[in-house]
Design a protein around this ligand. Structure first.
Ligand SMILES: [Cu+2]
Length: 358
């Protein structure tokens, strides 16, 4: 009964101690400008059985990271040495693959069972060590039974690596959002260890683990330079359309494009990432949605799934009598936008926490 909280406390203490050491080393670095020393960053993550609410009454048994799905944000700098201790408290084996990272000289930390390591058995811990490179929008996910663990057990999270020398447009960004897309087959919701097989009919579709109307608006203001990082974390194609604007398709899989282009709709598939730059110049309330129409349903009900809005501060939302979200309770950090403003670290978000599975 008391063993688990003690382990957690120990971990928290260790993490805090590590932070103090790193803060001290960072201060030392600050007195030698130009040294540009890579930092070592240590984190820990526990994989747990968790019940996540997708929307309304639809819950799903997931394997969460520190109780949340999507998992915590890892936000580090290019060249940092990263150590992540992963403890498996579920009854099934898992690994973590750091999608997009080079793993030069550390291929045994790429997180693929039976290819780069044995899977982490229930009750055991594995520490991943690698250099944060290349820069850009990366992500992490389990690589055991990906058809189930990634496709419908919520085992993914964002891994953002800031470039050492950011291009000018990145310095202009005022709001930075992360959107992870995934689909779910409710027939398997209560059957961990099963599912993700041919014949599945996905019937719930989420952005950051929630389906409309339980998603959140992107709150911006005129003049904002908005970066939106789209991550195909699930098993389907998506065709995301943003109303009222053209955005610049800025980066693909973390790499800035040689020839960025303007668009209002972007198609991407499982595993892909696109970074969009949107200049906020058209105050209003604007729809953002997947144009693959079945992805905007919840079960058999229309007007759900992968939909959200952009709300400009200039528009008094509560006065729009027709607006579905006029009285919505706003949950910040739903797109990691608050965490992205904080110092480099691992950031958890209450917005993504579920309940412990019985
Ligand atoms: Cu797994």
């Amino acid at each position: 009964m008391h063993v688990m909280p003690m382990i957690v406390q120990c971990r928290a203490l260790r993490a805090r101690l590590a932070k103090v050491i790193f803060a001290a080393s960072a201060a030392l670095c600050a007195v030698s400008p130009g040294a540009a020393l890579a930092e070592t960053r240590q984190f820990s993550m526990i994989i747990e059985d968790t019940i996540l609410k997708l929307v309304d009454k639809q819950t799903f048994h997931v394997f969460s990271f520190n109780g949340q799905s999507p998992g915590p944000l890892f936000h580090v700098k290019e060249g940092d040495d990263v150590e992540i201790e992963v403890e498996n408290q579920t009854t099934l084996p898992h690994t973590i693959h750091w999608h997009g990272l080079y793993q030069r000289g550390t291929w045994k930390h790429d997180g693929v069972p039976d290819v780069t390591q044995p899977a982490i058995p229930p009750g055991e811990t594995f520490t991943y060590r690698f250099k944060a490179e290349p820069s850009g929008t990366m992500w992490y996910h389990c690589h055991v039974n990906v058809n189930e663990h990634v496709a419908m057990r919520g085992m993914w999270g964002p891994f953002i690596i800031d470039p050492k020398d950011p291009p000018p447009v990145e310095k202009e960004v005022t709001k930075d959002y992360i959107m992870m897309f995934s689909s779910w087959t409710s027939a398997w919701a209560k059957k961990p260890g099963y599912g993700g097989v041919p014949g599945d009919v996905p019937d719930f579709f989420t952005i950051n683990g929630k389906a409309y109307p339980d998603t959140q608006p992107l709150r911006i203001k005129e003049g904002d330079v908005v970066r939106i990082r789209l991550i195909g974390a699930g098993d389907e194609l998506h065709s995301i359309h943003i109303h009222g604007h053209l955005f610049e398709v800025y980066a693909k899989d973390g790499r800035p494009l040689a020839n960025p282009y303007l668009a209002d709709t972007i198609l991407f598939g499982p595993g892909e990432r696109y970074d969009l730059i949107l200049r906020a110049d058209n105050p209003g309330i604007w729809m953002v949605h997947d144009h693959i129409d079945k992805h905007t349903t919840n079960g058999s009900s229309p007007m759900g799934g992968m939909m959200t809005t952009i709300e400009y501060e200039e528009i008094p939302v509560k006065e729009q009598s027709f607006y579905k979200w006029k009285n919505k309770e706003f949950v910040p950090d739903f797109y990691y936008e608050e965490s992205m403003k904080k110092p480099l670290d691992m950031h958890e978000s209450p917005a993504f926490k579920g309940d412990p599975a019985p």
